[in-house]
Design a protein around this ligand. Structure first.
Ligand code: LLP
Length: 700
């Protein structure tokens, strides 16, 4: 059946009038026919039905999740080339036991991910790679299954950019090198020879190059048999060509199947195929609108609203795509010689050159055919052009399976470092930029004050931290210039008082500095209570705390109506720890404020933590000095609780500490009972939002 055809004067995709979609969605957009994908899959399946065959769709041809999920549902596996494709393929529903992983430059983390997922096998392309795979497999105690990709040195007679089986290409291994590796693998516990892989190129017109490539493979198979090295799979890759031009014939799959069957069935091998283009190219079209018709010199240009950023194949490979009008031209309608070009600022931005097309008027729609493979997957947003949407049609149903990108997608993930921002140097008339952050529910307003424009930080903290008249936060963190380290962090509580240090504040400041590019992942910064070593791993920040003073255990604190037993430690700021199980609300409301102002801890006062020991963690609630209330979490309090629990109950590092706002981990080393060193605190530090304060409304 034809999936794109003219009917009642218009181009249809399955049972949908494409013009209706164009009007509804706007142009340009990619359009795919579900029926065509399924039919192509079944055609390959039927051709190779006499062999045990796994069709591993080449994911790079078209990574659209909905379209891929159709193939996964048909029973296809997939051929991937990166960790990103592994992630996408799993999301599309391809099971790991049907995934093969090719590519000349696999990275350690990609190999590890694939091993953890238990994919069917790696198609290995170099000696270095096999060693790395072995090392990672051993580390994970997993067995890696591999096929060696053989470079048979044959010419597949296609475009030189998609020729991959000649000896001067970067792909695969020469047969003698492959033999050496297979031989070595005999003794390898962690890497098992599972197959032989070939992929000689793309858009190959006839079976002949495959048959030539299989000659050295047959020799290799005989050699493997002699060596008693057993492989289960022969993977002949993809590359089956399609007929892009009218009159061209498409690849004869039945002929290939017939000719390779003896080689495979006599050895009871399983066959893997990796078709990309053959499955999806003809299922897709790129729909565009004719913006302007322009005559220049002796030429006529049809300027359309799709560009080489949407479909790069004509520019990159001089490839031919048929172009149809959505309105069917009458039989024998006049034609004119045109160049169909896009809006990109490059002369290479064309879809057809000197092509005789039926006359078209400005505003009409055109369909660039056979663009389901290597169309969207090779697109970019070059020239500030949001990528087009993708639409899937199944009979008379249709879905937008990927939305059109927006202008804001064009700047997604970008940051202008404050240092480069034109608003940075002086505040006069310019906004004050801040970043709202939180770590376990301790929230901060982080401001880069290295230029020194904040003159009254205490006042600013009171105002900004106020949840009614300001932004609302437990404190503000100022990054200031430091002679000793990358920067100095100053912490101001919401009452305006300055704290020497705050564990969660320090983690937020560290993440902020790393995000702004002020530091590497691991660095030191200064606080009034000493230098802090920090390590940032995306959201997770771990800091080394100042070596704490020795603990003071079993203090009797006499209060108005009672006496409480507590344990004191300074972990950068003072903390009194009280074990209480379960913790009463009244302890935080009534007991804690009395302790905080108790003469024993004057003049600086103390924070108070109520600690409950659970199975494998501590649960704590903290009354914070300065905030003068319970907070959702407190980093120095978590450290204090962990160390005191170690001193009293012998709890060992690492200690998980749960608070209302989340969980932290504390690591430490014991010198002797009650004295600790190498204390680390780790947990998430998150950006909530960024904003700016207009000078004049709030005094800086
Ligand atoms: N297997 C491997 C290891 C591959 O590298 C490829 C494609 C395939 C299978 C699938 O080949 P296919 O059946 O689709 O020909 N961008 C070019 C095509 C590049 C092909 C890259 N490798 C184009 O638009 O023509």
């Amino acid at each position: 059946m034809k999936y794109f055809y003219y009917h009642q004067g218009e181009l249809f995709c399955e049972k949908m009038r494409i013009k209706r979609l164009a009007k509804e969605v706007g142009t340009p957009f990619y359009l795919y026919s579900a029926g065509a994908v399924r039919e192509n899959y079944q055609r390959i399946n039927a051709a190779f039905a006499s062999l045990e065959t796994l069709i591993c769709y080449s994911f790079k041809a078209n990574a659209n999740l909905a379209l891929c999920s159709l193939l996964a549902r048909e029973g296809a596996g997939t051929d991937i080339v990166s960790g990103g494709e592994l992630y996408q393929a799993r999301k599309a529903g391809f099971p790991p036991e049907k995934i093969v992983f090719a590519g000349v430059g696999k990275k350690e983390e990609e190999i590890e991910l694939a091993l953890r997922e238990n994919i069917l096998m790696f198609n290995v392309e170099s000696e270095g790679e096999i060693e790395l795979i072995g090392a990672i497999a051993q580390k994970l105690s997993k067995v890696a299954r591999v096929a060696l990709r053989i470079n048979p040195d044959i010419d597949p007679e296609t475009h030189k950019y998609v020729t991959t089986g000649k000896k001067e290409n970067k792909f695969g291994l020469a047969p003698p090198v492959a033999r050496k590796i297979y031989q070595k693998l005999k003794k390898n516990r962690w890497v098992k020879p599972w197959g032989i892989h070939l992929h000689i190129g793309s858009q190959i017109a006839t079976p002949d190059p495959y048959l030539r490539a299989l000659q050295p493979i047959e020799t290799l198979l005989k050699w493997l048999e002699k060596q008693e090295i057993k492989v289960k799979y022969l993977n002949i890759g993809g590359g089956f060509g399609i007929n892009y031009q009218p009159g061209q014939s498409s690849f004869d799959l039945d002929d290939l199947a017939d000719k390779i069957t003896p080689l495979i069935s006599s050895r009871k091998l399983k066959l893997i195929l990796e078709p990309g283009r053959y499955l999806v190219a003809k299922s897709g079209a790129l729909i565009t609108r004719l913006l302007y018709k322009k005559r220049q010199s002796s030429k006529t240009f049809l300027i359309v609203d799709a560009g080489m950023n949407d479909l790069i194949r004509p520019s990159l490979y001089q490839s031919y795509h048929e172009i149809l009008k959505l309105d069917e031209p009458p039989a024998n309608s006049p034609r004119e010689k045109v160049d169909v070009v896009g809006p990109i600022c490059e002369s290479g931005d064309f879809f057809a050159q000197e092509r005789h097309l039926p006359l078209a008027k400005e505003g009409e729609y055109l369909s660039i055919m056979d663009t389901g493979a290597y169309g969207y997957s090779m697109s970019s947003s070059y020239n500030g052009r949001p990528k087009p949407p993708e639409i899937l049609v199944k009979e008379s149903q249709w879905w937008i399976v990927r939305e059109r990108e927006t202008y804001s997608d064009l700047t997604k993930g970008e940051h202008i470092p404050l240092e480069l921002s034109f608003t940075h140097s002086r505040l006069a008339g310019k906004p004050l930029y801040f970043t709202k952050m939180e770590g376990i529910g301790n929230d901060f307003i982080v401001i880069d004050n290295r230029p020194g424009f904040i003159l009254e930080p205490n006042k600013l903290a009171r105002r900004l931290c106020c949840r009614k008249k300001g932004i609302g936060a437990d404190g503000i963190l100022l990054l200031e210039k430091s002679k000793k380290a990358k920067f100095l962090m100053r912490t101001f509580n919401s009452d305006g008082s300055e704290a020497e240090m705050c564990g969660n504040g320090a983690r937020c400041a560290a993440r902020y500095a790393w995000m702004e590019g002020l530091t590497n992942k691991k660095f030191t910064f200064e606080t009034p209570s000493g230098n802090i070593l920090a390590e940032v791993n995306n959201h997770e920040v771990r800091i080394k705390m100042k070596d704490p003073d020795p603990v003071e255990l079993n203090l009797k604190i006499t209060l108005k109506r009672c006496t409480r037993k507590g344990h004191f430690i300074n972990t950068g700021v003072p903390h009194l720890i009280i074990f209480e199980s379960p913790v009463n609300d009244s302890s935080l409301k009534e007991i804690a404020p009395q302790i905080r102002y108790h003469p024993r801890f004057q003049p600086q006062g103390t924070n108070v933590d109520f600690v409950q020991i659970e199975k494998e963690s501590l649960r704590i609630r903290t009354y914070e000095r300065g905030v003068e209330a319970e907070t959702l979490g407190c980093g120095t309090g978590a450290v204090a609780s962990a160390l005191i629990s170690a001193a009293i109950y012998g709890i060992s590092s690492p200690v998980k500490v749960k608070m209302k706002g989340g969980e932290l981990t504390v690591w430490f080393e014991k010198i002797k009972r009650g004295l600790y060193q190498k204390v680390y605190l780790g947990g998430d530090a998150n950006v909530v939002y960024r904003g700016k304060i207009i000078e004049g409304d709030i005094d800086v």
